[in-house]
Design a protein around this ligand. Structure first.
Ligand SMILES: *[C@@H]1O[C@H](CO)[C@@H](O)[C@H](O)[C@H]1NC(C)=O
Ligand SMILES: *[C@@H]1O[C@H](CO)[C@@H](O)[C@H](O)[C@H]1NC(C)=O
Ligand SMILES: *[C@@H]1O[C@H](CO)[C@@H](O)[C@H](O)[C@H]1NC(C)=O
Ligand SMILES: *[C@@H]1O[C@H](CO)[C@@H](O)[C@H](O)[C@H]1NC(C)=O
Length: 732
């Protein structure tokens, strides 16, 4: 027998034995393969499909572009007759006998590998036509008995993907006379279950998902396999690596999830394909050419650090004359902050619209209205949603998001030290939060990229084009059953629009609005427990962290340490809070305890407990003072207990000075709250035993000294203005 004859009979078996070149002769060349798909609309899913096809160099022919889709709702089966009609017509124009046609859906399909592997697997199937398989029968359950049995794998045919030689595929669709709305799957099923036709066209099923993976009914079988910097979807039931992955039926979100990884969309080194493609950088534009963005600010509940929010809004890097503001405020408590921001800076923006609490517009209606204003204005290019509890630390956020050039994209925000974020990785069956496998890795930054997700909130950028096309319904946020943010995301998903979250940069965090009291003047001072990071940024001196690192601590008198601890804002808020409360104790009302007894050393003061600030003050001492005490006085440990902590006011005509005394503390903290030379003259502290004075106290700096026995001291007279200090006797 001549080797070539043997080869034809059983080339696959021999391939392993023969030199490679012989096998390659028999391989179907990649140019023979043509991918044919029907897409009447350029959905995000379709663009993803093309991206993956391009990545592997598939040649793709798209049918039906611009045609009205009449083959049923493209988000759901059945239907699909239109696909066969278009395919049949397209095939009539093709002649090449050895052409291989891969006919697949595209809105919910991604390629996981290239033509070479696909053709090899096709050849190994040893049939002229190979259909994808499914474990669930559809659309006619009564046909089950007619299906041939398979030894292993799925028994049923899926019409979302098949491949075959041109003549055989032509033959298969030649008798199609159905309507556009008829089921393509039923048509092919009937051919397949007819033994004569099955044989004559020479059809088989890819039962073990070597070529095609339909996800419906198979979610438990499919896992992501990370290896050597590559990602593949693997069918663990049949131990196969499918080439085409199809999120058919109700598995749209799963294909979105897998599409984040295949084809290798994500890697640390190169970022991800979605991050890199179709970017819209602004750098080449003049500022006057920047896209016009409407920023929607929503204040829906009493929220801490609102004035800081507006400070950051002002610092957002973007030409202000290309920004319009829509500010919705439901809270009377925040009216003053909104109006003072607008008074000072409103004029910088191209336009400002506000909805105040008196208008009694509910928050859902305000969101619908804000979108509508952008939608109706043809100049509006983007809508940027910014809820007030969002702490956007990255001033370039807006530019970064515009550059991504995606339909809906959110910067990832988290709550410090928690797994809270402004996106969901997955949805539960009833449409609520579910944790995706990669959620924690994304939140904690172990996986970095631009992620297709089913839900974003708080801050996101929407292309205004979408508001004038797919998202043109007025009431996107309105729902009888769910919250406005969920209703919006639901609408976006149902329209087949992709939402992304990016963690390629660090953007910021989300405030907790729980336990926010509004009964004080500066309520943010009370946020040390609920929002410690924001509290620290607002109130702890910028050089505090350098005390240990750079030894930024002074030692002006023996065992007296001097270090920066409060920001100017902290000092100002504390003074204003005390003046607002106003019940300064008069001389003689208060005893200062000394060394186990009482001595009447009266000051004009207000105690932290009088303004319900003692818990917060102790937390401050524990977090920010105790570590320094323990460093400077080695071997001493403090729990930062105190029973006296108060703000003292010195005035020439009230109480200018304090006579020499001991403090009833193990150590004392004395923080200057205002500035000598500006707010007052004189003042300071003298330690008599050492004849050593600190005469120019610095605002926000703390003096720390032992209380009993050695550091007998006096308050030097304030000669003009008003001086404030915050004093704590620690570990009495
Ligand atoms: C695709 O084609 C380009 C140019 O023809 C080539 O450089 C690239 O390596 C090909 N990619 C694959 C995955 O075959
Ligand atoms: C089906 O096609 C394969 C590969 O082309 C061939 O080997 C086989 O004989 C065909 N089967 C029938 C029943 O024609
Ligand atoms: C097409 O119809 C003809 C005539 O009814 C029939 O003989 C043939 O088997 C059919 N072929 C296919 C592929 O359905
Ligand atoms: C922090 O330290 C730097 C460098 O010594 C100084 O320039 C800066 O003014 C300090 N910041 C404040 C708020 O005092």
């Amino acid at each position: 027998m001549k080797p070539s004859v043997l080869f034809v009979l059983s080339w696959t078996c021999l391939c392993a034995l023969l030199p490679l070149t012989n096998c390659e002769e028999k391989r179907i060349p990649e140019e023979k393969l043509l991918v044919v798909t029907v897409a009447t609309k350029e959905t995000d899913g379709f663009r993803r499909f093309l991206r993956s096809a391009k990545r592997f160099n598939y040649s793709v022919k798209v049918l039906g572009r611009g045609e009205k889709w009449s083959g049923g709702d493209y988000m759901s089966a059945p239907g699909g007759g239109q696909k066969i009609r278009l395919l049949k017509a397209a095939l009539q124009e093709m002649t090449s006998e050895d052409r291989i046609i891969l006919f697949i859906d595209s809105y919910d399909v991604v390629f996981a590998s290239g033509p070479k592997e696909l053709l090899r697997k096709f050849q190994q199937a040893q049939h002229r036509v190979v259909f994808s398989s499914e474990s669930l029968i559809w659309p006619d359950r009564h046909l089950e008995d007619k299906y041939p049995h398979v030894r292993e794998g799925n028994r049923f045919l899926g019409s979302g993907g098949f491949m075959g030689f041109l003549p055989n595929v032509k033959q298969m669709v030649s008798n199609w006379t159905g309507g556009d709305g008829d089921s393509d799957q039923l048509f092919f099923t009937k051919i397949y279950i007819d033994p004569a036709q099955r044989k004559s066209i020479n059809i088989t099923l890819d039962s073990k998902c070597r070529l095609f993976q339909n996800l419906h009914g198979a979610l438990d079988e499919v896992v992501l396999k990370f290896e050597d910097g590559r990602v593949r979807a693997r069918n663990v039931q049949y131990d196969t690596l499918p080439v085409v992955v199809h999120g058919n039926g109700p598995t749209k979100l799963q294909i979105n999830y897998l599409g984040n990884y295949i084809p290798n969309a994500w890697t640390f080194e190169t970022g991800c394909t979605v991050c890199q493609e179709n970017l819209r950088p602004l750098s080449a534009l003049k500022e006057t050419e920047y896209p016009l963005v409407m920023i929607g600010v929503f204040i829906q509940q009493p929220t801490p650090f609102v004035s800081v929010f507006f400070e950051r809004l002002l610092k957002l890097q973007y030409p202000k004359n290309r920004l319009r503001l829509f500010i919705y405020n439901q809270e009377p408590h925040h009216e003053q902050q909104v109006s003072s921001f607008l008074q000072e800076h409103g004029g910088l923006y191209q336009d400002v619209k506000t909805i105040s609490p008196e208008e009694e517009t509910d928050s859902t209606a305000s969101r619908d209205l804000a979108f509508h204003l952008c939608r109706e204005d043809k100049d509006c290019d983007y809508f940027f949603n910014l809820d007030v509890e969002v702490v956007l630390k990255n001033e370039d956020t807006l530019k970064i998001l515009i550059k991504q050039n995606l339909p809906v994209v959110a910067p990832m925000l988290t709550r410090p030290g928690r797994l809270w974020s402004n996106f969901w990785g997955a949805l539960s069956a009833d449409g609520y939060y579910a944790r995706s496998e990669d959620y924690v890795d994304i939140v904690q930054g172990r996986r970095v990229g631009v992620w297709n997700v089913p839900y974003v909130s708080g801050v996101y950028l929407v292309k205004a084009d979408l508001l004038r096309s797919e998202l043109k319904d007025y009431d996107l946020f309105t729902s009888q059953t769910t919250d406005p943010d969920m209703a919006f995301c639901h609408n976006v998903r149902t329209k087949g629009i992709f939402m992304y979250v990016t963690n390629v940069h660090t953007f910021g965090r989300i405030l907790s609005t729980e336990n926010y009291q509004t009964k004080h003047l500066h309520n943010d001072l009370w946020q040390i427990f609920e929002n410690p990071t924001d509290w620290e940024e607002r109130y702890i001196h910028m050089n505090y962290s350098r005390i240990m690192k750079d030894k930024l601590i002074e030692n002006p008198c023996p065992d007296v340490y001097w270090f920066p601890v409060f920001t100017d804002v902290a000092c100002k808020h504390l003074i204003e809070e005390m003046e607002h409360f106003g019940q300064w104790s008069g001389g003689g009302n208060k005893d200062t305890r000394i060394q186990g007894g009482y001595e009447n050393v009266p000051t004009i003061d207000i105690h932290m407990n009088q303004v319900n600030f003692e818990k917060e003050w102790r937390k401050f001492l524990v977090e920010y003072v105790a570590p320094i005490t323990e460093k400077m006085f080695p071997g001493y440990h403090t729990q930062a207990h105190f029973d006296l902590a108060f703000v003292v006011r010195y005035k020439p005509d009230e109480q200018p000075a304090l006579r020499p005394h001991h403090d009833a503390s193990t150590f004392t903290i004395n923080i200057a709250l205002n500035q000598v030379g500006i707010d007052y003259q004189g003042g300071g502290c003298r330690f008599l035993r050492y004849d050593c004075s600190i005469q120019a106290p610095r605002r926000g700096w703390a003096l720390m000294h032992p209380g009993r026995l050695t550091h007998y001291h006096e308050g030097l007279p304030t000669t003009d203005g008003v001086r404030y200090i915050a004093v704590s006797f620690v570990d009495p």
